[in-house]
Design a protein around this ligand. Structure first.
Ligand code: NAD
Length: 498
């Protein structure tokens, strides 16, 4: 079987191929359900050891791992470059924030997840109350190929910092990147298999969902997300879903148009548009529309696909995506859109030339569905109410961007999305302290930040009685007088307002 860059061999294994050259990058086993179960059993044992290390012991080891990744970042970037085709510099651009996230998770896990005192309230005033987030146990992480370091590390580093063991199933297109991360971890933490990888196609991922892990953190397409949820439902395994997006960039009349155009081009075209939180649509105030389009056209001319050292974007990593990009462009053009950059012939065998479409009907696939190529649609709007309404009229709601001098904050709040950047694009990804995740078909649950740490723990409440209260409720020896006094107290406190 060949699923484009991932090709099976005769011996229950598959090759990952360089999408620019078709060279074999690595050969990996297709793990069966039994293999996955064995990995989860090993992880279960390691999880106890890892949890017992406590926050300080884990933080120390995560820093050691992060040191290995940092010192050999160039080597890792070469593996990313080979397996995804993205330029080496773009590979570094995802490795650097991944390092920052790991450092943040290690440093902040105790503060976010450690024991916190809570108020006991009036009824249980004799109790000392604490909440702490305890590890879930073993986390199954299923990842995509487009950012094979940054995306899974948003789950892996946070799950490990929260005290869990991890079994990671990378995309069949990028197993060598996953193996590199696992090997680097084993070098820093040789004692136990706290972080393992299983490889294969969808069936291996499905087996992980059914292997009795304590949570699945999935990043990928909404269609696969639904299959993951169905599989996890069988065992009531909780899931976190980070799915696709159709992010919008909004340009207000008072915006810095040059900066907005620059951000739109980078947001739409970088990584050849294969970015979940990439910009795919722009809604631009009519007063600056012509200027914005002219600047986008000018700036797009400098974006060159290729595999050489100076290329700005690489090939499309997953060849099946070429058909989707071609279809979206053709459909838009057939329905009256104009290509001001690229167009009908933009999609080749491996590479896609930057394409900017204007006058695209709002119900065209290029506006409604995730294109995942270096394409951008630009629409003129009368005012920001229209921009917000059109941007929000999407089943997706991952990120987004607003360019405005006076109204950035209010516009950002009104965008239906998990994250919004004002006067820049995709900046939220590089801020470890903020959560990352979407609404609607973009998924649910959060990676990154305190919210991302809490995803991988369960809140354990403990009440400790400090003394016996005169009005004790939790006993059969309670008198009618006590009940009456408690009822009177609660009426006094909450019964006054009509
Ligand atoms: P995909 O859904 O095809 O595959 C993702 C992973 O799921 C792969 O490891 C795959 O082997 C596995 N898988 C496939 N079928 C499965 C099944 N039935 N059960 C269990 N696992 C299964 O996605 P992709 O093409 O690798 O990634 C691209 C998508 O990911 C895009 O939609 C993109 O927007 C999204 N993405 C989202 C984020 C985010 O954080 N929200 C980040 C990166 C990518």
């Amino acid at each position: 079987m060949t699923t484009a860059q991932a090709r099976t061999t005769d011996s229950g294994a598959f090759d990952s191929l360089n999408p620019a050259t078709d060279e074999v990058v690595g050969t990996f086993p297709i793990h069966t359900a039994e293999d996955v179960a064995a990995a989860v059993a090993r992880a279960r044992e390691a999880a106890g050891w890892w949890a017992d290390l406590g926050f300080a012991g884990r933080a120390e080891r995560l820093r050691r791992w992060n040191g290995v990744v940092t010192r050999r970042a160039n080597q890792l970037a070469e593996v990313v470059h080979a397996e995804t085709g993205k330029p080496h510099a773009d590979a570094m651009l995802e490795i650097i924030p991944a390092i920052a996230h790991t450092a943040w998770a290690a440093k902040n896990a105790r503060k976010v997840l450690g024991e916190q005192r809570r108020s006991p309230g009036l009824l249980m005033f004799n109790q000392a109350v604490t909440v702490e987030y305890q590890p879930l146990g073993v986390i199954g992480i299923i990842g995509p190929w487009n950012y094979p370091v940054l995306t899974p590390m948003g789950s892996i580093a946070y799950a490990l910092a929260a005290g869990n063991a991890v079994v990671y199933k990378p995309s069949e297109y990028t197993p060598a990147v996953g193996q590199w991360l696992v090997d680097a971890f084993a070098e820093a933490v040789p004692e136990q298999p706290v972080f393992q990888q299983v490889t294969g196609f969808g069936a291996t991922g499905a087996a992980l969902c059914r292997a009795g892990v304590d949570k699945i953190a999935f990043t990928g397409s909404p269609a696969t997300g639904k299959k993951i949820m169905a599989a996890c439902a069988e065992t009531l395994t909780p899931v976190l879903i980070e799915a696709g997006g159709k992010d919008a960039l909004i340009v207000d009349a008072d915006a810095d148009v040059d900066a907005a155009a620059d951000a739109a081009v980078w947001g739409a075209m970088s990584n050849a548009g294969q970015t979940c939180a990439g910009i795919e649509r722009a809604y631009v105030h009519e007063r600056v529309y012509d200027d914005f389009v002219a600047k986008v056209v000018e700036k797009s001319a400098t974006v060159r696909p290729g595999f050489d050292a100076d290329a700005s974007i690489g090939p499309i990593t997953m060849p099946a995506q070429l058909d989707i990009i071609r279809r979206h462009i053709a459909d838009a053009l057939a329905r009256g859109a104009r290509a001001v950059v690229g167009g009908a012939d933009a999609v080749g065998d491996r590479y896609v030339q930057p394409t900017v479409l204007v006058d695209v009907p709002e119900d065209a696939e290029a506006v409604r569905e995730e294109t995942f190529g270096p394409t951008l649609t630009i629409a003129k709007v009368h005012d920001m109410d229209e921009a917000i309404a059109k941007a929000n009229d999407s089943k997706y709601g991952l990120g987004g961007s607003v360019f405005s001098r006076a109204n950035g904050m209010s516009l950002a709040r009104r965008l239906r999305s998990g994250m919004t950047s004002i006067n820049s694009v995709i900046s939220f990804v590089g801020v470890p302290s903020v959560p990352f995740g979407g609404v609607g078909d973009s998924g649910f649950g959060r990676i990154h930040g305190p919210e991302g740490l809490r995803e991988f723990g369960h809140p354990k409440a403990i009440t400790r009685q400090r003394f016996r209260a005169p009005l004790t409720l939790t006993t059969f020896t309670r008198t009618k007088k006590v009940d009456a006094q408690v009822a009177k107290l609660i009426t006094l406190l909450h019964g006054k307002r009509r």
